[in-house]
Design a protein around this ligand. Structure first.
Ligand SMILES: Cc1cc2nc3c(=O)[nH]c(=O)nc-3n(C[C@H](O)[C@H](O)[C@H](O)COP(=O)(O)O)c2cc1C
Length: 414
């Protein structure tokens, strides 16, 4: 049997397939239309990315609740009012033969106070980032009824995306957003059936998976993005993640993407040591992926730090994972998947930015990547010498302006 390589077809448990092993991980595009449906620029962006021949494209955060956005320009899918735009997005984003999945999300407490001054979370524990005091409000604890409503919302959003022609969804259970807040004992201090033991903390996630399954067809792919750990003392640990992954085995997911970290400890961008031995390595979560291969049959995608083809090839050959996920390299080059699969490059391009604090480094690299994504959406090429400082200042100003607009929209939206 030939060894698995980047060009190998991947067959999912639900019988569908990806043409190769390279996936674009979710990256928030901030390109919704004024009514929070998909804009023409967002649709153009996915056409461009799909033409670059990836195996899988995963959209950035799509929100299940208009009151809870990760950014002021998120697409919101609560009902089928945007179905025509969503269909156009699904068509454009699969033109190159890849699958297109929508990432469905709720930020919980990780929302800037200028967008929401009363966010909800499992418990009333605020975000604590040194130097960012006042940027996040203390959240309000969710009631049981609200928890059940949110579980239904994930299912409803997935059913609309299925109807629109998306190939699947990825449930965002990582990076310190709401599901991840339920999983962590730091942010989940509940004493009811939603808190306490890891089985209780995972209940919200398990119920969301069931809700999404019940609401969508058999051929619709369902994936999950999960932290290997939060990298915070007293938080969600690798042992917790292993317990959750064993619980997931009965749910027959199509893909489990491993990432890590939160806004407070941004391990997803390599800014927090994952372990002494992996710090120097480029794929931060590979070691953990290798461990969990032994306890799960769910296919594994790993995202975070992949930059050289040699390491990607090795990871696939050793069977540590099934799919190579990348974020920022797709912002720097929309053709990166094709170039890797066809052996045209050995290394992918990204931009490393050095700042005083890891959380700020991570935010500024993300802002830089987002500006490149927005160039691609406007039909331009990425600009490798785009100055990060201008970009940081620009993104702060735009966020404030757009947060204000969003709050106005929220007051009048029906
Ligand atoms: C601009 C930008 C936006 C992102 N938005 C999301 C998102 O919406 N959902 C998500 O799960 N991860 C998001 N991420 C994280 C990426 O999916 C990925 O985990 C991270 O960039 C590490 O991979 P990389 O080293 O290949 O960039 C974002 C990253 C960037 C750069």
């Amino acid at each position: 049997m030939a060894a698995t390589s980047l060009s190998s077809v991947f067959n999912l448990p639900n019988g569908s397939s990806f043409p190769n092993r390279v996936a674009k991980a979710a990256m928030e595009e901030s390109l919704c239309a004024p009514d929070h449906g998909p804009s023409d620029r967002l649709i153009n962006l996915y056409k461009r990315w799909s033409e670059g021949k990836p195996g899988l494209l995963i959209t950035g955060n799509i929100m299940v609740d208009r009151k809870a956005l990760t950014g002021p320009n998120n697409v919101i899918v609560e009902d089928d009012r945007h179905i025509e735009g969503l269909k156009a997005w699904a068509n454009a984003g699969t033109i190159g033969g890849n699958q297109l999945w929508a990432q469905i999300s709720h930020p919980g407490r990780q929302v800037f106070a200028n967008m929401d001054d009363e966010p909800v979370a499992p418990s009333a524990v605020g975000v604590n980032i040194p130097g960012a005091r006042g940027m996040f409000a203390i959240p309000r604890e969710l009631s049981s009824d609200e928890i059940n409503d949110l579980i239904e919302r994930f299912g409803k959003t997935a059913s609309i995306l299925d109807k629109a022609g998306f190939d699947g969804v990825q449930i965002h259970g990582a990076h310190g957003y709401l599901i991840s807040q339920f999983l962590s004992p730091i942010t989940n201090q509940r004493t009811d059936e939603w808190g306490g033991s890891i089985e209780n903390r995972a209940r919200f996630l398990m119920e969301i998976i069931k809700s999404v399954k019940d609401a969508t067809g058999d051929k619709f792919s369902i994936g999950l993005k999960l932290n290997s750990a939060d990298f915070q003392r007293g938080g969600f640990t690798e042992e917790d993640a292993e317990t959750v992954i064993k619980m997931l085995n009965v749910e027959k997911l199509d893909l489990l993407e491993i990432s890590g970290g939160t806004y407070e400890a941004p391990a997803m961008s390599g800014k927090t040591p994952t372990s002494e031995s992996t710090l120097a390595r480029e794929a931060y979560f590979l070691e953990f992926a290798t461990k969990i291969k032994a306890i799960t049959t769910i296919p594994i995608m790993v995202t975070g730090g992949f930059r050289s083809k040699g390491i990607m090839d090795e990871a696939l050959e050793t069977g540590a994972l099934d799919i190579i996920g990348m974020g920022k390299p797709f912002a720097c080059d929309p053709n990166v998947a094709q170039k890797l699969v066809e052996n045209q490059i050995d290394k992918v391009r990204t931009k490393d930015i050095k700042m005083s604090k890891p959380a700020f480094e991570s935010v500024s690299e993300m802002a830089w990547a987002k500006s490149q994504i927005q160039r691609i959406s406007a039909g331009k090429n990425p600009d490798p010498i785009w100055p990060p400082l201008w970009n940081m200042i620009g993104s702060q100003i735009t966020q404030r302006r757009d947060a204000k607009k969003y709050k106005e929209w929220l007051k009048t939206a029906i």
